[in-house]
Structure formats: structure tokens, C-alpha cells
Design a protein around this ligand. Structure first.
Ligand code: UN1
Length: 503
């Protein structure tokens, strides 16, 4: 079948037991619990995956650290070339990898391929960057002294779960680190397929496969990683709840952290906005990936002048969304990733119904059948309704009315999360109010584009309960490094800083 061909191209035998541990450059059968990866479209098994025991994890960490001791001395541009080769190999299998993401996660094919494209983009970015991992030269106050700041590899970077793995792998590798990837228990196959590809590139270059280690596992493995002093940086993408625990464990041992946690992203539509553009943007932002991006729009603030027209148009657009098999052409909304997400959806719909003045404007139902399908939903609730204060990873968009931009900014900022935000307007001064210091408090602030679908060139991440981390572009690479200030005295004398005399 089509599915079997995809799995075969990527070196995954369908319906066979897969070794979910890639340690020391070789696949191993995991001695932990066995997982079954299921299709969110049918809930039928896709493959069985073994997971690591804690002892296997420790061995994998040791092997990765060992491999890094050589890797850290390889010149950065040479490391960049390895990442370029990984990029080429990913591009060659883009169709199959994108289909596998679609198969396993449930997002539509176009978005599955988009995710692989994002991995390819960050590899391009990292390859170029490998020639300019600049430190700086700082003028010393002392004669005959040279002072500089430089960036060295950290050691071992662990990144768990996520589709965002590529951002971490590409940047961690060019900066001279080894990486260990612990994917979400529900997405082992994409991780196994990408590891197969990277394994081939490393082997062809006589480099240890341990530089890209993979450990499938559950919460015991996650907890052990967070606590291990041999893990230099823990990059975690997931819920605020889990991130809080991971964060405090890593912080208590003074490990480095990169947290990309929950978002509760809003779009504000001014009365002077291009409404065609805004409707299309809201549709992609709220229904894309069936509402399961950290950047998905969950709250929509409409100026009272355009509120009714806008809602009417958006409801019409929602009614045309085809829900179904994400690999089928024309489908815009696939299933939710897990059965549990369907339960969360039901709970949120009940909460809307129980909210004073809360209304379902369109959607609200779970679809019959074996898959995890729900209707994309628009609700009308007051901006401060409890149901709109936290992130539910489903396609539910809460709409509220605003009098002006000031009120929109207040509502945008009043939640605990601070990832992404967008304003639709044609008013120049509102653009600068929105992007200025008293505007949106999010890590990502957009004008006339959706909250999701960020390019890799900018730093990605958010404030407050989103965790404060920055990944992907800009100078995010510095987080994979230890910063070192070096002062070299070539004067032959010993002048002390601050003019101190000590004799
Ligand atoms: C995520 O959902 O965790 O901006 C990341 C976006 C993508 C990244 C999503 N570039 O929607």
C-alpha cells in the first residue's frame, strides 16, 4: 500500500517491532516498555516501537559525550558541511518524510512537507552560520592586554519531544555539540526516519553516529534526562505544565534550559483592516494543523465596527473546510493527534457552553468514526472567560469584541502565555503602537500575517509561561554554546583592573 511504500523508503518496516534506541551509532532494541504508534486517522497500529531503559539511556549519553570530544575540535565550517549533507538527504526524501509526518501526526500533507522544509531551511541557515559563529573583541582598559569573547560547544544537547527537533539538531551540530533526541511517545516514526538519514550521512563521513542519538521513551526517561548532570542543555518543547517540572529539575542542577512551552495566541482585527486578508489568515492560523501548533490562533479580538461582518465571513469559510484523511487532496483539516485530545476538545466545548454568554458559532462536534476527528470551532466568549485563559491543543477559536486597539492589546497581554500575536490593520501608527514597548508582550509580534507559520530566520519563542527560550534563527545559536571571556596579557607588566595597587 501507499503507507507501506513511505515507511519502506525511510527504512521503517511497517507492523514490525522497531528498535527505538539509536545509541553509540547503532540501533538497539529498547528494554523499556513497548509502544504502538497508531494512525490518528483510523487508530489502527502503524508500527511497534521499543523504548529505552534508564541503563540504556545512560549508555547512550556516555557514547554521545564521547563522540563530542572529537566533534568539538572539528572546524565549524566543516561541521556546517555535514549539516549541508544532512539537508541534501532530507530534501531527497522530502515527499516520504512529509507523508510520514502526515501519517503519524495527522497534519495535512502540505503542512507535513512544510515541516520537513522547515528542517531543510534551518540546515541551510546553520550551514551558512557555521562560517560566522562570531565572538567579539573587547577593548581592554589595561595596556598590552587583549580581551575577547568566544563561544565554545556546550557538550551534549538533548531535545525532547517535537517537530522542532531540526532547529536544535542543526544549530547544536554546527556549534560542535552532540545531540540526543527524545521524541514524544506518540511520534517515534518520524524521529526514527530522520535518525536513519542522519546516520547515513555521519557514517559516510566517518563520523560517530552517536553525535545524533535517539532515545524513545516515556516519562521515566524524560525525568532521568532532566536530572542527569551529563546533559548540558535541555531543550524542551511541550506543555507549560511539563515544562515547569523539567525546568525546575534542570535549574536545580544549574543545567542550561531552552523552553518552548504553551501559547495562547491572539489575532486583533482593527476596523481599518483588509478583511479578505484577515479572514484567510485566521482560517490558516486557527484551523491549520487542526489547531495543534504552538502558534495556533486561539483568541480573536474583533473591533466592534467589523465584528458581525467578520464573524459571518469566517463562519462561512469554516463551513467550507474539508475534514478528513490528511493525505487526501483538498482536505484542510486532519484528525487530532491523540484520542486524549478529543477528550480535551469535548471538555473545552462544555466549558464554553457553561460560560455566561458563551456561544458556539460554528462546529463543536466530535465526528463519528474510528479516527480522532472534530469540527473546527468558533465560539463567542468574554475575553476574560476562564476557558480562554489556557491552551487547549485543538481547533477552537474564541472570539470577543473590542472597542479599540488599546483594549485589544490589554486582552492580548492578559493571559499567562506570551508566544505569538498578530494585528490586522492599515493604520501606520497602530502598527508601531502594537510592536512598541507598550504593545504586544509576546516573543513574536506580527502585522497582517497569521500568528503561525514563522520563518526560520527570526528567533522563535515566547515570554512568561511560554518559557522565555529562543530557538531557530537570529542569535539563538548562542544558547548551544558556553560563552567565555578571555583576557591575554602580553605587556610583561601586571597592571590591575580598576587601577588597584596591590604591593
Ligand atoms: C510548533 O508548533 O511547535 O511558526 C512550532 C510556526 C512554525 C513552528 C511551529 N514555524 O507555526
Amino acid at each position: 500500500s501507499k503507507h507501506a511504500a513511505i515507511l519502506q523508503e525511510l527504512g521503517i518496516q511497517s507492523a514490525t517491532v522497531n528498535a527505538g534506541v539509536y545509541s553509540g551509532g547503532a540501533w538497539e532494541m529498547g528494554l523499556g516498555a513497548r509502544y504502538t504508534a497508531v494512525s490518528p486517522v483510523t487508530n489502527a497500529p502503524l508500527a511497534h516501537v521499543s523504548t529505552a531503559s534508564v541503563a540504556q539511556l545512560d549508555a547512550a549519553i556516555a557514547a554521545a559525550r564521547d563522540a563530542q570530544r572529537h566533534w568539538r575540535t572539528v572546524p565549524a565550517p566543516v561541521r556546517g558541511d555535514i549539516v549541508r549533507q544532512i539537508r541534501d538527504r532530507l530534501a531527497r526524501h522530502k515527499h516520504a518524510l512529509g507523508s510520514l509526518v502526515s501519517l503519524e501526526v495527522g497534519k495535512i500533507y502540505a503542512e507535513g512537507v512544510g515541516e520537513i522544509q522547515e528542517y531543510i531551511d534551518i540546515c541551510d541557515f546553520a550551514t551558512g552560520l557555521s562560517r560566522s559563529l562570531n565572538g567579539s573583541v573587547i577593548p581592554s582598559e589595561r595596556p598590552g592586554h587583549f580581551m575577547m569573547e568566544q563561544y565554545h560547544p556546550l557538550g551534549l544537547v538533548v531535545n525532547f519531544p517535537a517537530a522542532v527537533a531540526g532547529w536544535n539538531v542543526a544549530l547544536a551540530l554546527i556549534t560542535g555539540n552532540a545531540t540526543l533526541w527524545k521524541p514524544a511517545p506518540s511520534t517515534p516514526l518520524t524521529a526514527i526516519a530522520i535518525t536513519n538519514i542522519i546516520h547515513d550521512v555521519l557514517r559516510e563521513n566517518n563520523l560517530p553516529g552517536a553525535l545524533h542519538t535517539l532515545v524513545c521513551g516515556g516519562t521515566d526517561i524524560g525525568a532521568h534526562i532532566a536530572a542527569s548532570p551529563l546533559v548540558d542543555l535541555v531543550s524542551f518543547t511541550g506543555s507549560t505544565e511539563v515544562g515547569r517540572t523539567v525546568g525546575s529539575v534542570v535549574q536545580s542542577r544549574f543545567g542550561k534550559l531552552l523552553l518552548e512551552l504553551g501559547g495562547n495566541n491572539a489575532i486583533i482585527v482593527n476596523n481599518d483592516a483588509d478583511l479578505d486578508l484577515a479572514v484567510r489568515a485566521c482560517l490558516f492560523a486557527a484551523v491549520g494543523t487542526a489547531g495543534q501548533r504552538c502558534t495556533t490562533t486561539r483568541r480573536l479580538f474583533l473591533h466592534e465596527d467589523i465584528h458581525d461582518t467578520f464573524v459571518e465571513r469566517l463562519v462561512k469559510a469554516y463551513a467550507q473546510v474539508k475534514i478528513g484523511d490528511p493525505l487526501q487532496e483538498g482536505v484542510l483539516c486532519g484528525p487530532l493527534h491523540t484520542k486524549n485530545a478529543v477528550e480535551q476538545y469535548k471538555k473545552a466545548i462544555e466549558a464554553v457552553k457553561a460560560t455566561p454568554n458563551g456561544k458556539i458559532l460554528v462546529g463543536g462536534k466530535v465526528l463519528d468514526g474510528p479516527g480522532n476527528f472534530v469540527e473546527p470551532t468558533i465560539t463567542s466568549v468574554p475575553a476574560d472567560a476562564p476557558v480562554a485563559q489556557h491552551e487547549v491543543f485543538v481547533p477552537i477559536l474564541h472570539v470577543s469584541k473590542i472597542k479599540n486597539l488599546e483594549e485589544g492589546i490589554k486582552f492580548n497581554n492578559q493571559v499567562k502565555q506570551g508566544l505569538s500575536s498578530s494585528l490586522f490593520t492599515s493604520n501606520i501608527s497602530d502598527v508601531f503602537k502594537w510592536t512598541g514597548p507598550a504593545g504586544s508582550d509576546c516573543g513574536i509580534v506580527n502585522v497582517n500575517i497569521p500568528t503561525n507559520g514563522a520563518e526560520i530566520g527570526g528567533a522563535f519563542g515566547g515570554e512568561k509561561e511560554t518559557g522565555g527560550g529562543r530557538e531557530s534563527g537570529s542569535d539563538s545559536w548562542k544558547q548551544y554554546c558556553r560563552r567565555q571571556t578571555a583576557t591575554i596579557n602580553y605587556s610583561g607588566a601586571l597592571p590591575l583592573a580598576q587601577g588597584i595597587k596591590f604591593e
